[in-house]
Design a protein around this ligand. Structure first.
Ligand code: NAD
Length: 248
């Protein structure tokens, strides 16, 4: 049990990588509050987890992540209910693939709002709580495109470069408060989005990955487990790639 007694918030925890992080944390003894975008998907995720293990302590909320006041209220509610917050995982995110000349300012802003601003909105109230309680751990979901860029959808790699900048900078700033800040940078991962692609497309994508296949959400969640645990007690400011060497 690597996270026995810890309290964690996981944004975007209703499906994909976030859902696997929630499962992995629960299976390792943490109490988890998952943040989703709609009550319906939150309820569905909670039902699935209860079916797997009725003893797991898990709750769900759906604050608008791009609204600083709503997020602060939700974070405060978690602290009030569980008495502390040890781990914050900023995982919710959207990707884009629009060519530059088809972009609108609104589309670009949407990506930056959720993938960058929302992280800041969650980190600010949580870091204050963590400082007061004597430490904590903040984890952000970056992407391999934060290293390599991508040939279309410039808002997405731009947002993930910003995630890395926020991670490395806050690691330096918050170290004195015993708050570690790290990110995980997944490559192509078999979430619903990838699973829905035709097998021929998955085969073409896989052939470009040195390890020869997309990653599984659980493999990405393992990195989040390690970084949240005491095994990573001296690791901060790290962007951990989990991408089968795709970024090279
Ligand atoms: P997904 O679409 O399966 O899940 C995204 C999660 O974010 C969902 O739980 C969804 O509810 C939540 N979300 C989306 N928009 C939201 C909003 N406006 N408000 C609140 N929550 C919202 O995607 P995923 O692949 O699991 O992606 C999770 C993270 O991993 C993202 O940050 C993504 O950029 C990153 N990532 C994914 C891949 C991949 O190949 N799947 C690769 C690199 C990085």
């Amino acid at each position: 049990m690597m996270l026995e007694g810890k309290v964690a918030i996981v944004t975007g925890g209703t499906r994909g990588i976030g859902f696997e992080i929630v499962r992995k944390y629960l299976a390792n003894g943490a109490k988890v509050v998952l943040f989703g975008s709609r009550q319906e998907t939150v309820d569905k995720a909670l039902a699935k987890l209860a079916e797997e293990n009725a003893a797991w302590e898990v709750d769900g909320m759906c604050p608008k992540l791009t609204d600083a006041a709503e997020v602060e209220k939700a974070v405060t509610a978690v602290k009030e209910k569980f008495g502390k917050i040890d781990i914050l995982v900023n995982n919710a995110g959207i990707s884009q693939s629009t060519p530059l000349y088809n972009y609108t300012a609104e589309e670009f802003d949407k990506c930056i709002d959720l993938n960058v601003r929302a992280l800041f909105y969650a980190i600010l109230p949580t870091a204050k709580i963590m400082k007061e309680q004597g430490g904590g751990c903040i984890l952000n979901t970056s992407s391999m495109v934060s290293i390599s860029g991508q040939p279309a959808g410039v808002g997405y790699p731009t947002s993930k470069f910003a995630v890395n900048g926020m991670t490395i900078s806050l690691a330096r700033e918050l170290a004195k408060d015993k708050i570690r800040v790290n990110a995980v940078a997944p490559g192509v991962t078999r979430t619903d989005m990838v699973a829905a692609l035709p097998p021929a497309v998955v085969e073409r994508i896989s052939s470009q990955i040195p390890l020869g296949r997309p990653g599984e959400p659980e493999e990405v969640a393992n990195a989040f487990l390690y970084l949240a645990s005491d095994l990573a007690s001296y690791v901060t400011g790290e962007i951990l790639s989990v991408d089968g060497a795709s970024r090279a």
